[in-house]
Design a protein around this ligand. Structure first.
Ligand code: PLP
Length: 406
């Protein structure tokens, strides 16, 4: 009789977004007085840049002819040189030297953040920020690294609280459990906080000293507006010997439906006498056949002058929404964080109201869908997250409605 992976049985059933979906559907069935505005799930709403569309059309046409048709990509782990070189050059333009064979193109930062666990032993101690992007936790749990879920926390995870008091950036763990794998996300989903070089340096030194590995998710680096905030962990001295970086075209260029991302594994990063770059290369080469040619050409077009200009315009559109949400909710008396270097606004609920109760209130009274902070971890209780990815007019309307309710 086959034995299943019991770790899956330990996962709590109500993953955050299905539960939100359930509540929204139940409310919709009651005939809400106004159309719903969704500022909950972090999906983009604006179309792809014209330069990207052009590249996709051209690449699609190539697929229509025998001479230019492409099948499996036999270059590095299914990534064409044209894209890896463009990514390498974009790092170089910001002063970070990454070799092209340190870049692995994939179908998503979500997959890579979870799949990276394949190259590490199941008994490693994992640290996650709290609140946290749920993928780090659930994939650790599936791999047996999280222990059991006690209704609020996973028994084996090291939780690093990120609160208003520490500026939503984690302090080094206290106690005798030294984490081996440390997930850090900056700019952060859900709090919208972005780490400084000094803050990251503390973790880089810690990881190098203890032989840990930082799994650095910078899926939102394109949203950084303040000078001096690092876009890459490799801007921090010492990071190449302790950090893996995940990036994505999803939020940078509206590729949530296109699927393209990349992960950097420096060749200088070794643990247990092994090169993690060689291990990830082996893992991807075995389990992954690459991103479609048309999509890789589309991603390449993001780096063209037109592509850069057009994608930056879309990011500015979203960041204007962020400003509107932030200013509107502050004017309504809420304490609001994020929204400056990230498309997420993290708002304190008024008068200590619970996150799910505040979520329900905004849903029922303002017909605005948000995300309850408690869904991202125990330290998210007392907050809600709003995303700046909505339509601009709808965002203005949502903020007006929320103001009236408060
Ligand atoms: N990392 C973070 C922090 C995210 O918020 C998201 C998407 O919401 C992802 C990764 C997923 O990126 P991708 O679409 O490339 O899988």
């Amino acid at each position: 009789m086959v034995k299943i992976n019991d770790n899956f049985q330990k996962l709590p059933g109500g993953y955050l977004f299905p539960e939100i979906g359930r509540r929204v559907r139940a409310f919709s069935a009651e005939n809400p007085p106004m159309p719903l505005i969704r500022l909950g799930i972090g999906d983009v709403t604006q179309p792809l840049a014209p330069a990207v569309i052009e590249a996709m059309k051209k690449a699609t046409e190539e697929m229509a002819h025998k001479e230019t048709f492409r099948g499996y990509c036999e270059e590095t782990c299914g990534a064409y040189d044209f894209l890896r070189f463009a990514i390498r050059d974009s790092y170089k333009a910001t002063g970070v030297d990454i070799a092209d064979d340190e870049i692995f193109v994939s179908d998503g930062a979500k997959s890579d953040c979870g799949n990276i666990g394949d190259i590490f032993s199941a008994d490693n101690i994992v640290a996650v920020c709290d609140p946290v992007y749920p993928v780090y936790v659930d994939t650790s749990a599936m791999a047996g690294r999280a222990g059991d879920f006690d209704g609020e926390r996973w028994t084996k995870l090291v939780y690093l609280p990120c609160t208003a008091e520490n500026g939503f950036f984690p302090a080094l763990p206290q106690g005798d459990r030294i984490p081996d794998l440390i997930y850090i996300c900056s700019p952060n989903n859900p709090t919208g906080a972005a780490a400084t070089k000094e803050q990251l340096k503390v973790w880089v030194d810690y990881a190098n000293e203890h032989g840990s590995v930082i799994l650095y998710d910078s899926a939102y680096e394109a949203y950084i507006t303040e000078p001096g905030i690092p876009h890459s962990i490799y801007e921090v001295e010492g990071a190449k010997t302790c950090a893996i970086e995940f990036r994505s075209f999803s939020k940078t260029a509206g590729f949530t439906g296109n699927r393209c991302a990349y992960t950097v594994v420096p060749k200088a990063l070794e643990r247990g006498g092994a090169s993690l770059n060689a291990m990830w290369n082996r893992r991807q080469g075995t389990k992954f056949n690459g991103v479609p040619y048309v999509i890789q050409r589309a991603a390449e077009a993001v780096y063209s002058p037109d592509g850069q200009k057009q994608t930056m315009e879309t990011i500015a559109y979203y960041m204007n929404n962020a400003r509107i949400i932030k200013e509107g909710l502050s004017a309504a008396g809420l304490t609001v964080y994020g929204g400056t270097n990230a498309p997420y606004i993290w708002a304190r609920t008024p008068d200590g109201v619970g996150s799910w109760d505040f979520f329900d209130l905004l849903l029922k009274k303002a017909c605005v869908v948000t995300t309850p902070g408690a869904g991202f971890g125990p330290s998210g209780e007392g907050y809600i997250r709003l995303t700046a990815f909505g339509d601009a007019d709808a965002t203005v309307e949502a903020v007006e409605r929320i103001k009236k309710v408060l």
